[in-house]
Design a protein around this ligand. Structure first.
Ligand code: HSE
Length: 439
């Protein structure tokens, strides 16, 4: 059988990794796919650099539309990043009857419904293993490996930059700004790290996993997103003294509400018991914990970024698409795991309705009765206290009081915090970090 022909849009870190791994492992890949997979055309901004990577045998062009409009190309691999240009290119490739492989989580989190519907209409596949957790095959696991299960929740460390920063803050006792600067110098964090540190990148990935886990459309606009830029070194230290680690977790979960079933979709710093495996995922690594009814808990761990780890996922998709290219479209694995006409409209829950536990740090004047006031406000709100810690943060005058609560509704804690902040002995704002036992 003739090799399948692939056009690359973009040949940066991941594109170069894809080209190199395909070359290096071409014989094994051919034996697995049933035919060869050849990159025959590349669109790049820097033509000389691209030619230096792919050599003379591959056509290098400046115009990405020349790739998606080339009738010789069977699969388009989109590695440009961003939203609008990739959206146009992917939709054009689909309209031209080409399969698409993309690593672009932002594109799918925002425009996935439109793109998957277009692909369905044309009988082509859009594959996106590399869009979530880089080289960790979590899309394959959720969509195929766990297909027998009713998935209850997915909780993941799905942004390596923030996990690296949090690990360094904890291990070295450094503050956020210092570690961010180091991460940028080491090349872990982008020059503009906003999407990573403010949780947006993690929310893109979580939105995609949520859709696959629960058979709902992608709904990035409904995700609750809170990043790590406000985290203080002392909260990481106090959490550790109480037996917890703080991670930026993406959590999506089925929940019963007063009005029926809802889906939680949230990214925020989270205290996790230090004894959990996922709490010990350090540095730039990623991990995803899935709870499902038949299999129970399963954990997927590995490199969430980087040239060859991400290329590994891109090529896995290329092999899948190559194997399935001649199969009747209705027999292929659906893009979002569930058949398109079997998706549900279970609502994403408003954050005020979710139930979790909380870490509260209250900075107070060291006065008689302040602890009693705090505990009374929580008791009046029906919020039960699990642990209390009192610390002198170093100024010899005031105190940090740290309270861990049992589970309560988010709206209850918000109301209680408002009352606490109005106490005369309380200085400034209460620090509130959510806590998940993940048991
Ligand atoms: N910037 C991402 C991270 C990698 O830090 O994990 C690509 O998704």
């Amino acid at each position: 059988m003739k090799p399948i022909k692939v056009g690359l849009l973009g040949i940066g870190t991941v594109g170069a990794g894809t080209f190199n791994v395909l070359q290096r492992n071409q014989e094994d890949i051919r034996r697995r796919a049933g035919r060869g997979i050849e990159i025959t055309m590349v669109a790049a901004r820097n033509l000389d650099k691209a030619r230096g990577i792919v050599g003379a045998g591959v056509e290098v062009v400046a115009d990405p539309f020349a790739v998606v409009n080339n009738p010789e190309i069977d699969i388009v691999v989109e590695l440009i990043g961003g939203y609008e240009l990739p959206r146009e290119l992917v939709l054009k490739a689909i309209a031209n009857g080409k399969h698409v492989v993309t690593a672009n989580k932002a594109l799918l989190a925002l425009h996935g419904n439109e793109i998957f519907a277009a692909a369905q209409g044309k009988g082509v596949t859009v594959a996106f293993e590399a869009a979530v957790a880089g080289g960790v095959p979590i899309i394959k696991a959720l969509r195929e490996g766990l297909t027998a299960n009713r998935i209850e929740s997915v909780a993941g460390i799905i942004n390596g930059t923030t996990n690296f920063i949090l690990s360094e803050m904890r291990e070295k006792g450094l503050d956020f700004a210092t570690v961010l600067k180091q991460a940028q110098e080491l090349g872990y964090a982008e020059a503009d790290p906003t999407f990573d540190i403010e949780g947006v990148d993690a929310a893109h990935k979580l939105t995609i996993m949520s859709a696959i886990a629960f058979g709902i459309p992608v709904q990035f606009d409904k995700a609750y997103i809170e990043g790590i830029s406000q985290l203080q070194a002392r909260d990481i230290r106090y959490a550790e003294q109480l037996g917890y680690r703080i991670k930026l977790l993406g959590i999506t979960r089925r929940t019963r509400t007063e009005s029926g079933e809802g889906i939680e979709l949230r990214v925020h710093p989270t205290l996790i018991p230090a004894s959990r495996l996922i709490a010990n995922v350090e540095g730039a690594m990623n991990a995803v914990l899935v709870q499902a009814d038949a299999v129970g808990a399963s954990l997927y761990y590995g490199k969430g970024a980087g040239s060859e780890p991400t290329a590994s996922a891109v090529i896995a998709d290329l092999v899948d698409v190559t194997r399935l290219a001649t199969v009747d479209p209705y027999c292929r694995v659906p893009h979002l795991a569930f058949q398109p006409n079997e998706m549900t409209d279970v609502a994403i829950m408003p954050m005020a309705e979710i139930t979790t536990s909380y870490y509260l740090r209250v900075y107070v004047k060291d006065q008689l009765g302040v602890m009693a006031d705090l505990t009374r406000i929580l008791a009046d709100a029906g919020i039960s206290i699990d642990a209390v810690l009192q610390k002198e943060p170093g100024d010899q005058v005031n105190l940090d009081i740290i309270l861990l609560t049992h589970q309560t509704r988010e709206k209850n804690i918000i109301a209680a915090i408002e009352k606490i902040e109005n106490l005369p002995a309380v200085i400034g704002k209460v620090t509130r970090i959510r806590l998940e036992t993940l048991s």
